[in-house]
Ligand binder design. Structure first.
Ligand SMILES: NC(=O)c1ccc[n+]([C@@H]2O[C@H](COP(=O)([O-])OP(=O)(O)OC[C@H]3O[C@@H](n4cnc5c(N)ncnc54)[C@H](OP(=O)(O)O)[C@@H]3O)[C@@H](O)[C@H]2O)c1
Length: 349
């Protein structure tokens, strides 16, 4: 059996080890084998490293955001063929699907095909952010992107996004704008330009006291919002209070990336939490739902990214090429040294 290089972890908190003896997986039906060209680093990598979250086999190979080129396809593939450039977010915790190795498998219906206007590195910024924001807005808050990649006509209504500068938050701002809403995003004041570049109409300080943040939401939106999304996992109480005390809507929506804390949302508010970690876990009901929803949005996302209505986010390229750079990238993220999303080139084309 062919072997390849990559990064393995023997168990929770064990060191990252660069190895050359990983078995190269073979694509099954509707799967493609993809040569890993670039990865984006997400907070879930250190989380999985320290806790073993969602890891189903040890030694584990991890990784989430990725971009590469198709080497071969399994039977019944209709969307992908050898030579196609693809990108997306790998299903977590199953070694054959994770990108910290020379080549990995993708389920063809949950990955995007790269359009010519995008670089490989840019596409490595997209997967988890776009899919998570998609879950919260398209599934959780009943928004719809146009089929043809155009921006919806402007609506006189706000969407509030807690955290408009992170990976998920930047795609959330873009989706809400593409759906025609005015966007009020919270962020560290020094980072407001990142939210604005993605289309935020206005911003406020996410580190101020709760009462100050609520007053800003009320003042800027005039109460004209029904939807609030927390992309940070710090904002649940603010979401509930904002909807209860500032919003004038009759139907109210609260969505969050936080799928682990206890919530006690009033029955007057529709609640939704993203569970991207269950992508392609088809033995679980939530995995089936998430996978089916994401597969149904992939063609629309591709159209919007080709049209430039949705865009990759700004990134900083990791020093060097390959697995050692990936390990440094994860350590830089953990140490708070990343000013932008970190992307690492893995190998040449
Ligand atoms: N459930 C799911 O399916 C799912 C999927 C993807 C991600 N996630 C989770 O979503 C979260 C965000 O992921 P990401 O990749 O977007 O991370 P990220 O790029 O690191 O962004 C972090 C965000 O949190 C904000 N933030 C940091 N500390 C804060 C604080 N003390 N108070 C208020 N806001 C604060 C940051 O705002 P400023 O920098 O502007 O201050 C930024 O908007 C992570 O917890 C991740 O694990 C969950």
């Amino acid at each position: 059996m062919a072997t390849q290089s990559g990064i393995t972890i023997a168990g929770p908190n064990e060191p990252y080890t660069i190895v050359n003896d990983i078995s190269r997986p073979t694509p099954g039906p509707k799967q493609a084998l993809v040569r890993c060209l670039a990865v984006g680093i997400n907070p879930v990598e250190p989380l999985q490293h320290h806790t073993g979250l969602l890891i189903s086999e040890w030694p584990a190979i991890i990784g989430s955001d990725c971009a590469g080129v198709v080497l071969e396809v399994g039977s019944g593939c209709e969307r992908l063929k050898p030579g196609d450039y693809v990108y997306g977010c790998a299903p977590l915790g199953q070694n054959k699907f994770t990108p910290f190795q020379d080549a990995f498998l993708v389920e063809e219906n949950v990955f995007l095909k790269k359009s010519d206007n995008l670089t490989v590195e840019e596409t490595a910024t997209v997967g988890a952010g776009l899919l998570t924001a998609g879950l919260c807005f398209l599934a959780g808050m009943e928004l719809k992107l146009s089929e043809d990649g155009t921006r919806a006509p402007e609506k006189d209504e706000w969407v509030v996004i807690l955290g408009g500068t992170g990976t998920v938050g930047q795609f959330a701002v873009q989706i809400a704008r593409a759906c025609g809403y005015k966007v009020l995003a919270s962020c560290s004041p020094s980072k407001a330009s990142a939210a604005e570049k993605n289309g935020a109409t206005a911003t406020f300080n996410n580190r101020g006291p709760v009462d100050e943040q609520l007053a800003e939401i009320k003042k800027i939106t005039g109460g004209n919002f029904a939807r609030i999304f927390d992309s940070t996992a710090y904002g649940y109480d603010i979401m509930v209070k904002a909807l209860e005390t500032c919003s004038t809507a009759t139907t109210k929506y609260l969505t969050s990336v936080d799928d682990w804390s206890p919530f006690n949302t009033p029955s007057t508010i529709k609640e939704y939490r993203a569970e991207l970690g269950h992508l392609c876990r088809l033995n679980e009901p939530i995995g089936q739902t998430v996978t089916k929803e994401i597969a149904s949005w992939i063609p629309t996302f591709e159209t919007h990214l080709a049209a430039g209505t949705l865009k990759p986010i700004e990134y900083q390229l990791g020093d060097g090429v390959g697995w050692e750079s990936v390990i440094r990238g994860i350590q830089d993220l953990e140490a708070g040294k990343a000013a932008k999303k970190i992307v690492v080139r893995i190998q040449d084309e």
